[in-house]
Design a protein around this ligand. Sequence first.
Ligand SMILES: Cc1cc2nc3c(=O)[nH]c(=O)nc-3n(C[C@H](O)[C@H](O)[C@H](O)COP(=O)(O)O)c2cc1C
Length: 224
Amino acid sequence: MTVSELLKARISVRAFLDQSLAVSVVHALLDEARWAPSGGNLQPWKVIAVAGAARDAVSRLAIETLAENPAGEAGARPVYPASLGEPYRTRRYKIGEDMYALLGIPREDRPARLQWVARNYQFFGAPVGLFFVIDRAMGHGQYAHLGMFMQSLALAAHERGLATCMQESWGMVRESLHTHFTLSPNETVYCGMALGYADPAAAVNTLRSDRATVEEFAIFQGFE
Ligand SMILES: Cc1cc2nc3c(=O)[nH]c(=O)nc-3n(C[C@H](O)[C@H](O)[C@H](O)COP(=O)(O)O)c2cc1C
């Protein structure tokens, strides 16, 4: 598969087969993703991979934490800005509605939608969960570099027939995760990722997000 094919083929998968992954496979993916670039070559990433009982433990932790505190622990780094302007608001709405249409969950069935959101905390059934940890001192540049690492990992996974879903939803329990993983005071969990084999029978995995055209986001100057 070429890089351009991979870029178009990678999607967020939200239903996984109950099929375990060897740690050697996860290790190999990280070994490839570490070649992602970063400003000043800071490589501002640390990864915690969980499977089996360790995966179940973080799932339980998230469900219990959010039951006690539904507002969550995203703190100063919420998943989205408090006020999401256009065109972002419409894009977010559309992907959500497209997904719930595939799931057959109407807008008014709020309990069912919340139950679906809670599937994030079971990694949508994936056998492996990854957490991306960053130094709290890092700024927006280093978060972008961590994103490059994550995309590299997602592409490497896809190349091997694996599927991923990046999950900022784990930021909702970042303080509990911090304690759980006994991270140092200068570290924080940015994002999670579900990793495993896609369930080909799941309707939600037929979701295809659209993108703005190049003309909508690019400006070309000085060309002949
Ligand atoms: C950093 C990041 C965090 C994300 N967090 C979540 C999440 O918590 N839950 C979820 O279902 N999807 C999550 N997504 C998936 C996006 O909704 C998805 O990438 C977007 O709709 C485009 O679809 P595609 O990945 O299938 O191309 C996240 C994506 C990124 C890049």
